[in-house]
Design a protein around this ligand. Structure first.
Ligand code: FMN
Ligand code: SF4
Ligand code: SF4
Length: 333
């Protein structure tokens, strides 16, 4: 593929990082927002108050807000891209809290237990150095095993790693690949060398600024290890022959596990970067992953170091309704 065709993907313009602000009247300088930002976007100012760095990435996850006991952080702007390949649609992006629940008669209701679990779940990336009992891991795995799958093909296998030396090896191997990718991406004279990698797996989402600058950048700069120092890693291997493809089946299976983990008092984070293991054949072999299987995704689990869950706003994308009795579509924004 000619470089010029790929330039909009590898060199996007008009990318606006999320902007957050801290109310210094409320802030107690506990530092938890700094620790809980997946992209390490914050630093402390001369007076010890958090502020976003001069150069930073922020994809508006709002994880910095959830550990703040005094509600000192608020949103100034949501991550968005004005033009080009990754342009936000819709633009501007509205972020809203969950709409209030109503019952079948339209009366105000309360969230049920499942809704609460869905809205309050957050990706947890700071874990205590405490093992998770195997009985609990087993319950999480069982939730995955009973997930729906296309044609009931159940195209997943779980590889559970609690061995610290092996997790360390996985961290190092994935770091080496991600650091190479990040370094190549950042240099204008080298970035074209990534074209063959794109051609081998032409998914532009892998080069979205939130991934390459935010996620990969954080790992490459040594700010956080790929597997987040978690005591448990569950790699989800998917079968290439899966009906509807391995990704969607593994995703549904993984979210079953994620929600059940949360219900059992342990917390979880998805780990898409685990796919990098597929690019390291000796490690893939060591983990027992052979064709037609490959690592599709992973989940890390553990006990949270501090409170990292809670409800945050999310983009409200337009919903198109074709209502019974209506003349045409009605778009809710
Ligand atoms: C498919 C998938 C892959 C992800 N991969 C990673 C990852 O490699 N590392 C990470 O820290 N978070 C990862 N996440 C977590 C997302 O960043 C997170 O879900 C998103 O920012 C929304 O935040 P929330 O989960 O707290 O709602 C992944 C999530 C999904 C669904
Ligand atoms: S919204 Fe997310 S990415 Fe942005 S500063 Fe807060 S924690 Fe970091
Ligand atoms: S979490 Fe809240 S109180 Fe703690 S440093 Fe951040 S803004 Fe201040």
């Amino acid at each position: 593929m000619p470089w010029e065709d790929l330039r909009p993907i590898f060199r996007p313009e008009t990318v606006h990082m999320g902007v957050m602000t801290v109310d210094q009247e409320k802030c107690t300088k506990c530092g938890l927002c700094l620790e809980n930002c997946p992209f390490r976007a914050w630093e402390t100012d001369e007076d010890g108050f958090p502020r976003q760095k001069e150069e930073y990435e922020c994809f508006s996850c709002y994880n910095c807000m959830v550990p703040c006991a005094v509600d000192a952080i608020s949103i100034v702007d949501v991550y968005h891209v004005d033009d080009g390949f990754y342009a936000s649609d819709p633009h501007p992006l509205p972020a809203k809290m969950p709409l209030e629940p109503r019952d079948a008669d339209g009366k105000l209701d309360e969230w049920n237990a499942i809704e609460r679990a869905v809205f309050q779940r957050r990706s947890v990336r700071n874990f205590r150095d405490k093992p998770v009992p195997e009985t609990i891991i087993r319950r999480v795995l069982e939730a995955g095993r009973f997930a729906p799958s296309a044609g009931n093909c159940q195209p997943w296998k779980f590889i559970v790693v609690t061995n610290k030396a092996l997790i360390d090896e996985m961290d190092k191997a994935t770091y080496n690949v991600l650091n190479m990718i990040f370094t190549t991406y950042k240099h204008d004279e080298l970035v074209k060398n990534l074209v063959p990698m794109y051609e081998a797996d032409p998914r532009p989402g892998s080069w979205d600024p939130r991934v390459i600058l935010g996620g990969i950048g954080t790992i490459a700069k040594g700010c956080a290890p790929t597997f987040l120092n978690a005591p448990v890693v569950i790699l989800i291997a998917g079968d290439e022959r899966a009906i509807s493809g391995p990704e969607i089946n593994a995703g549904i299976c993984g979210q079953n596990m994620n929600l059940v983990a949360n219900s059992l008092g342990i917390k979880a984070c998805w780990l898409g970067f685990s796919q990098v293991i597929n690019m390291v054949p000796p490690l893939k072999e060591k983990l027992g992953v052979r064709d037609p299987w490959r690592i599709v995704t992973a989940m890390v689990l553990g006990y949270p170091k501090f409170k990292q869950d809670g409800v945050v706003p999310r983009e409200f994308r337009p919903i198109t309704w074709f209502r019974e009795g209506a003349d045409g579509p009605e778009i809710e924004e």
